[in-house]
Design a protein around this ligand. Structure first.
Ligand code: PMP
Length: 427
């Protein structure tokens, strides 16, 4: 494969953008090599500026669940943009979007639109703190909730360990307020709440962890956290930026039958445009300005073009059977990858939820962040490049989930598995 144009662009970009990119994981730092620059995308495929084609298992990190450049989405965007790109006064599409989210996700009685997942999560914890009058929040090792100061906190070694900032620029006075827990550990959560429950404003969790590869909750774990939060008067916040509208139409909360107090969304509800949202119980959301005193605002929030893209995407995924088909395709892919690894004698394991999956170069099961970290990442990196050379683009990090779309059909999966058989053999 020829990558000359991408290499030239990356050299220019590296002079002007930190690391050559506008978001770190795109730089291929963990897998090595030079990222390719996209020219266009369609269905399950990405095309780069050198004319190479890839089956895309990243899907813009989640939004493209119905495939790239769907005509239904593009024509909605074109129609709406002719009337102007932004108004700074309310528009009807914001109401339609709020109706769609509250209908699909019943725990959200009201919502507020924002412009990214990061904005959604940091607004949700401000609301949790404002509504409870408490200051501490709880997050989980390996969970990512965007780059808000309170979330950039290193996992502590023990249950009661106070957070240490893991980015320069995050004051320890703020990071100290973030408590971390090991995901899927029942007793650690109980112990932390017994010790500090009265100080905890909210607990935020990726119900399925998509930022430590893909780790599923143990049976009853999310219920356990729901019960602890209720008992101690803390708010349960589901960060469904990744899982929302993906692992079920109503997200992980529908799949596992949990009612969080607040939820955060992004990615799919923007259909590829910059969108986030947070929502939840009416009595909580009524405390957001201007209904209430907790301030949060945005010049471009509820942007009409972004709403149009999101609404058109939601219409596509609301079609009956959409998520069942996505789940079946995910199993076919993951079963096929495991079989190919077995044939090649490579220790390998997959985890799956509808439309998302994790790849591990180790034997299963993988149920904790420690398990995920014990995967052979050097092997993953070699596999990543062997697949890329064969026209398959996986997430460029051993700790990111892969994403499927409804455009990943038999032909795309067959191509992927043929590439994987060759790639495993090279390891
Ligand atoms: N929460 C989760 C679970 C995410 O996966 C991400 C982004 N991958 C975010 C929040 C932050 O979203 P954004 O990048 O849109 O700010």
């Amino acid at each position: 494969m020829n990558h000359t144009t991408s290499e030239r662009l990356f050299a220019r970009a590296s002079e002007l953008l930190p690391g050559g990119v506008n978001s770190p994981v795109r730089a291929f730092r963990s897998v090595g090599g030079t990222p390719f620059f996209a020219q266009r995308a369609e269905g399950a495929y990405l095309y780069d500026v050198d004319g190479n084609r890839y089956v895309d298992y990243v899907g813009s990190w989640g939004p493209m669940i119905a495939g790239h450049a769907r005509p239904e989405v593009l024509s909605a965007v074109e129609r709406v943009m002719r009337d102007g790109l932004s108004f700074g006064v309310p528009n009807a599409l914001e109401v339609e979007m709020a109706e769609a989210i509250t209908r699909i996700v019943p725990s959200c009685e009201m919502v507020r639109m924002v412009n990214s997942g990061t904005e959604a999560t940091l607004s949700a914890i401000r609301l949790a703190r404002g509504a409870t009058g408490r200051t501490r929040i709880v997050k989980f090792e390996g969970c990512y909730h965007g780059h808000g100061d309170s979330f950039l906190v290193k996992a502590g070694s023990g249950v009661m360990t106070l957070g240490l900032p893991n980015s320069p620029g995050v004051p320890s006075a703020l990071a100290d307020l973030t408590l971390t827990l090991p995901y899927n550990d029942f007793n650690a959560a109980t112990a932390l709440f017994e010790e500090m429950g009265d100080d905890i404003a909210g607990l935020i969790i990726e119900p399925i962890v998509g930022n430590a590869n893909c780790i599923l909750p143990r049976e009853g774990y999310l219920q356990h956290l729901r019960a602890l939060c209720t008992k101690h008067g803390a708010l349960l916040i589901f960060d469904e930026v990744m899982t929302g509208f993906r692992v079920a139409l109503g997200g992980a909360q529908q799949r596992y039958g949990i009612t969080p107090d607040l939820s955060t969304f992004g990615k799919i509800i923007g259909g590829g445009m910059p969108v986030g949202a947070y929502g939840g119980r009416r009595d909580l959301m009524q405390q957001i300005a201007p209904a209430g005193p907790i301030y949060q605002a945005g010049t471009l929030s509820g942007n009409p073009v972004a709403m149009a893209a999101g609404l058109a995407t939601l219409a596509l995924i609301e079609q009956p059977g959409f998520h069942d088909a996505l789940e079946r395709a995910t199993h076919v892919l993951c079963d096929g990858l495991e079989a190919a690894a077995r044939e090649a004698g490579v220790a390998f394991h997959t985890t799956r939820a509808p439309g998302m999956f994790g790849l591990y170069f180790r034997e299963g099961p993988v149920e904790t962040f420690e398990d995920a970290k014990a995967s052979d990442t050097a092997r993953f990196n070699r596999f990543f490049h062997a697949m890329l050379e064969r026209g398959v683009y996986l997430a460029p990090s051993a700790f990111e989930a892969g994403f499927m779309s409804s455009a990943h059909g038999e032909a795309e999966i067959a191509h992927t598995l043929a590439a994987a058989r060759e790639a495993f053999a090279t390891l």
